[in-house]
Design a protein around this ligand. Structure first.
Ligand SMILES: O=C(O)CCC(=O)C(=O)O
Ligand SMILES: [Fe+2]
Length: 247
């Protein structure tokens, strides 16, 4: 039923490598066929609780970790993604976990969860490979990021700006090193006013994104209508990070 060959040609892999170095991301449309995505969505919809399953934002977001161990299609994506990223980084690399995520619209009482979502994932290097399983729209809670925020000079300047990366959100858990840094919405508004633009990923199901999510400022836009399913392979995470024995 599934294609066994890799969906990423040598050419695409070379382009991805170049674009990762320059832009911190690369998009690959039509990497997987629709029926491949639909099967994984059906698998995801059957899981609602158990080991390695989280509900967030008032139940509007379901996170299923170690999805490569649960679903056949995700296992294929995991292998393809490992191969792709190993070529991009010129080193053998294996995802620590694959997250399967499902977003439903935020209910009225959870509207506060639409704020405070912009962040970078880590202060260390971190790459992620996404496979979008649903067509995304402005309203279905697409991943969005701000191009050029991965650049060294931008990061240096903002690391020195009070309240940008180092602010009350990111200082909340005293003594525990935060894996990601939240950036206040007001600071993001100021960025937009100074000419930076958001790039919401309005894509067809089957699109793959490679992104350096430790550098590019991003968020999942709050879902207002429709539904969004996606996979994310996590690289360069701490050992055991959201890796569950779900065989
Ligand atoms: O769900 C998404 O599109 C992004 C989520 C995210 O940025 C994260 O989990 O770090
Ligand atoms: Fe993130």
């Amino acid at each position: 039923m599934f294609k066994t060959s890799s969906p990423f040609s040598t050419e695409v892999t070379e382009e991805a490598k170049e674009s990762m170095n320059k832009n911190g991301y690369f998009l690959i449309p039509n990497a997987y066929p629709k029926n491949f995505c639909e099967q994984i969505k059906t698998d995801i919809d059957k899981v609602n609780s158990g080991l390695g399953v989280e509900k967030n934002y008032g139940g509007s977001e379901t996170r299923i970790w170690s999805a490569q161990k649960r679903f056949k299609g995700v296992k294929k994506f995991f292998h393809d993604s490992n191969k792709l990223l190993s070529s991009i980084l010129d080193q053998q690399i294996i995802a620590g976990t694959v997250l399967a995520i499902k977003n439903n619209p935020l209910t009225e009482e959870h509207q506060k969860n639409s704020m405070g979502r912009w962040h970078i994932d880590s202060w260390r290097s971190q790459e992620k490979v996404f496979l979008f399983l649903s067509d995304t729209t402005e309203k279905s809670g697409p991943l969005e990021f701000i191009p050029n925020t991965h650049k060294f000079l931008f990061r240096l300047k903002k690391a020195l700006e009070p309240g940008f990366f180092f602010n009350h959100f990111s200082m909340l858990k005293k003594g525990i090193p935060r894996r990601y840094a939240s950036i206040p919405d007001k600071k993001i508004e100021a960025l937009f006013n100074s000419g930076y633009k958001t790039k919401p990923l309005l894509v067809k199901a089957g699109t793959v994104l490679v992104i350096n999510s430790a550098k590019l400022i991003h968020r999942a836009r709050p879902c207002k209508e429709g539904q969004r399913h996606a996979l994310t392979a996590y690289y360069s995470t701490a050992k055991g990070y959201h890796d569950y024995d779900v065989y």
